[in-house]
Design a binder for this molecule. Structure first.
Ligand SMILES: Cc1cc2nc3c(=O)[nH]c(=O)nc-3n(C[C@H](O)[C@H](O)[C@H](O)COP(=O)(O)OP(=O)(O)OC[C@H]3O[C@@H](n4cnc5c(N)ncnc54)[C@H](O)[C@@H]3O)c2cc1C
Length: 323
């Protein structure tokens, strides 16, 4: 099994130089659900490359990493990796773990917050369960003057996620934000529907495999929509997180900021991706947050990072072949 996965990874690496990124991205995201790939990557992945994107498998391992990022002038958010849960007891367990993380951030004086996925709190079992769990955490965070970001997952979860976000805001919870994805055709309307809430939104391009019927297949369209949505957010949101490593887009926002007339914003990037650029932006006077996840369930997160950039797979494949 190991040999066949090695061959596949090496082949993927070779093919990358000849094929277009979208084809490659799709290939990796499809391979993610393959049992052999999953077993292999789980077995060797942390040593071979996941540690570049993940701050450890436990909170104990993550805390020093988070503190070091703060020391460098970067804000952080942290996430316990994992997405689906099988039953309500597991969802409650994850909620309890997040309660511990929130308290630990306060105790350690860490400048940052928590970002989480509603499926991890039970969304696929029961939306009411997910609502109860997120509301519990949002209340706890409010008492500590802290904030919670609800990540956006695959398209099948967008309606429920936005409904829960709106319900929280209607219940008077203001220390919560969510995420919109520029690759979805629907997002501009979703944003318009959210604007009356004066939302705190993170804008991303989108990390999941979505069909052309609902998402732009071409990167140029996703990027153009990102800029359009970013402008709308910067002009209307209570806070906008520009979450991308794309220099062109970041340059656009920097120009808008210089011109003035936009609301508060920060740049957000992922742990391990363009770390020098993160520091350069801090040096230039910008607020930068680094999304820094941890936990033993890092597989799907890692595969999305590999899919985003052929060079990451080459790096991973080289480490595998070296063994
Ligand atoms: C803080 C944060 C939170 C996110 N939250 C969500 C979420 O809730 N839901 C969701 O669907 N997606 C989320 N994403 C992922 C996002 O949708 C994109 O998949 C990811 O950010 C890559 O796209 P990009 O904007 O950097 O642009 P791209 O055009 O893909 O990349 C621009 C440049 O950034 C660098 N780069 C990008 N990705 C990588 C990588 N993996 N490794 C190395 N270099 C890279 C490369 O230099 C590349 O040329 C999040 C991203 C960030 C930064």
């Amino acid at each position: 099994m190991v040999d066949s996965v090695k061959e596949n990874l090496a082949a993927a690496g070779n093919t990358v130089s000849r094929t277009l990124n979208p084809v490659f991205r799709k290939g990796i995201l499809v391979a993610t659900n393959n049992g052999a790939t999953q077993r292999f990557v789980y077995r060797y992945g942390m040593r071979l490359g996941a540690s570049r994107f993940v701050a450890g498998e436990s909170l104990e391992e993550a805390v020093p990493v988070l503190k070091e990022l703060n020391r460098k002038g970067l804000r952080i958010n942290t996430t316990i990796l994992g997405e689906g849960v099988k039953d309500a007891a597991m969802a409650d367990g994850v909620t309890e773990q997040y309660a511990i993380v929130l308290q630990r951030l306060v105790d350690e004086g860490i400048n940052g917050n928590v970002a989480l996925k509603l499926t991890h709190l039970g969304l696929t079992i029961d939306a009411e369960l997910a609502y109860a769990n997120i509301e519990r955490l949002v209340k706890q965070a409010a008492a500590a003057n802290a904030f919670i970001r609800i990540d956006m997952e695959e398209s099948a979860r967008v309606d429920d996620t936005l409904a829960i976000y709106k319900r929280l805001r209607e219940a008077g919870h203001d220390n919560v934000g969510t995420v919109l994805q520029s690759y979805l055709y629907r997002t501009e309307q979703d944003l318009r529907d959210l604007l009356p809430y004066k939302p705190n939104l993170r804008l991303v391009k989108g990390a999941y495999l979505e069909p052309e019927s609902i998402a732009w297949p071409q990167k140029a369209d996703v990027d153009a929509n990102y800029v359009k949505l970013a402008d709308m957010m910067l002009e209307n949101n209570s806070f906008t997180a520009i979450a991308t490593h794309d220099e062109k887009i970041i340059g656009h926002v920097q120009r808008r900021a210089k011109e003035g007339g936009i609301g508060p914003y920060e740049f957000q990037m992922l742990y391990g991706i363009r770390p020098q650029y993160q520091l350069d932006l801090v040096k230039a006077g910008h607020q930068v947050l680094v999304a820094t996840p941890f936990g033993p369930d890092w597989y799907f997160f890692l595969m999305r990072r590999l899919a985003e950039r052929p060079a990451n797979v080459l790096f991973f494949a080289k480490n595998v072949i070296k063994r």
